[in-house]
Ligand binder design. Structure first.
Ligand code: NAP
Ligand code: G4F
Length: 331
């Protein structure tokens, strides 16, 4: 609790997709929100600018222990949500060392800061269905063995187990949310759903004719980011710290995502999608499908946005954004 009497939360990765939705959610719940941002020569606050005056931004980096200790010391939060990561899978082959430093060891950096400052602070780790990788069973649940297929997935497995280890070693309230893919109009442009929705919007507005993609057969369990941040908060309100799978329980191929997005504006995806092997991965995760029964029963969590509505929402948002930019002469 701060002097205002409000609960306090620190969110790393607040400038990212999930950080922005989680911060909005926590503000609605009456929290004082402290967002961790790293120094940059240009500000990248696009996703948080509409509520930036209601939060406190603090400079730190997950690769700098002292800076994280300072954040926890100054903010004195009740809860810390560790959402920061190098989160794009293909980049993890190009920059495996950096991915390990941020996405793996960065988790220890935040846990250590909490251990040193105040072990009673609650900790959430943004774990990933990429840990299941070459999935050993379908659907994947909390007990499914991990078999990561990228340096990113390997780094997330470390992050998961170090979270479990701090819980067991120090009795800390540390939880790992194993979240399946979740998307939104705020998704980074390089991820496949956003690449498709932006491509559809550009084609619809006559700005482009094709979208170039990689493996159309890959299947993912896609949900809406706004639904998934609710599950993060619920995990942190439980009596005991436990790990949960969070997923929609449906799987769809990249091809189906194309069909849903193009048909939303009356276009045939086959007229506009070109397969470019440049986007194939050195090792692919072919099929993810989550069983979130534990989250649904224990947390009473249910997702509200369906796959088709999600793709439609993203296409509409990209069309609106492009039209707005066009009015201002940017397109
Ligand atoms: P995102 O949009 O890529 O955001 C990543 C955030 O991490 C950004 O705010 C970024 O800051 C920050 N960051 C990166 N390196 C940092 C460093 N060294 N120090 C401090 N901050 C750093 O990711 P997201 O989609 O919101 O995902 C949030 C978390 O959930 C990530 O850990 C991701 O791996 C995990 N996850 C995501 C999904 C999904 O489907 N979205 C599923 C499972 C797990 P800048 O803005 O400065 O780059
Ligand atoms: O959208 P993606 O890049 O997401 P991916 O690799 O599943 O990772 C995302 O979800 C994870 C949770 O499972 C997070 F942990 C992670 O941080 C990230 O948010 O790719 C999805 C699928 C892949 O199989 C990829 O091969 O789409 C396929 N794909 C086909 N063409 C493409 C493309 N992916 C991208 N990014 N770009 C393409 O052109």
């Amino acid at each position: 609790m701060g002097s205002s009497g409000k609960p306090r939360a620190v969110v790393t990765g607040i400038t990212g997709q999930d950080g922005s939705y989680l911060a909005e959610f926590l503000l609605e719940k009456g929290y004082d929100v402290f967002g961790v941002v790293r120094r940059s020569s240009t500000e990248k606050f696009e996703r948080i600018k509409h509520f930036q005056d209601r939060i406190t931004l603090m400079h730190a980096d997950l690769t700098d222990q002292g800076s994280m200790i300072d954040v926890i010391t100054e903010a004195r939060p009740r809860e810390v949500y560790n959402l920061a990561a190098q989160s794009f899978v293909p980049t993890s082959w190009k920059q495996p060392m950096l991915t390990g430093q941020v996405t793996a060891l960065g988790v220890t950096c935040v846990l250590e800061a909490i251990r040193v400052v105040d072990k009673s602070i609650r900790f959430y780790q943004a774990s990933s269905s990429e840990m299941f990788g070459n999935a050993q069973e379908t659907p994947q649940r909390e007990s499914t063995p991990f078999y990561p297929r990228s340096p990113y997935g390997v780094a997330k497995v470390y992050g998961h187990w170090i979270t479990v280890n701090y819980r067991e070693s120090y009795g800390m309230f540390a939880v790992s949310g194993i979240l399946f893919n979740h998307e939104s109009p705020r998704r980074g442009l390089e991820f496949v759903t956003r690449k498709i929705s932006l491509g559809v919007a550009r084609i619809r507005l006559g700005l482009d004719t094709e979208v170039r993609l990689g493996n159309l057969d890959a299947k993912r369990d896609w949900g809406y980011a706004g639904d998934y941040v609710r599950a993060m908060w619920l995990m942190m309100q439980q009596e005991t710290p436990e790990d949960y799978v969070v997923s929609s329980g449906e799987t769809h191929s990249v091809r189906e995502a194309c069909e849903a997005a193009f048909s939303h504006v009356g276009l045939n995806w086959e007229d506009h999608v070109t397969v470019d092997p440049k986007f194939y991965r050195p090792a692919e995760v072919h099929l993810l499908l989550g069983d979130s029964a534990k989250a649904r029963t224990r947390l009473k969590w249910t997702p509200e946005v369906s796959f088709r509505d999600l793709m439609g929402m993203m296409v509409d948002a990209d069309i609106e954004r492009l039209q707005r930019e066009n009015q201002h002469g940017a397109v």
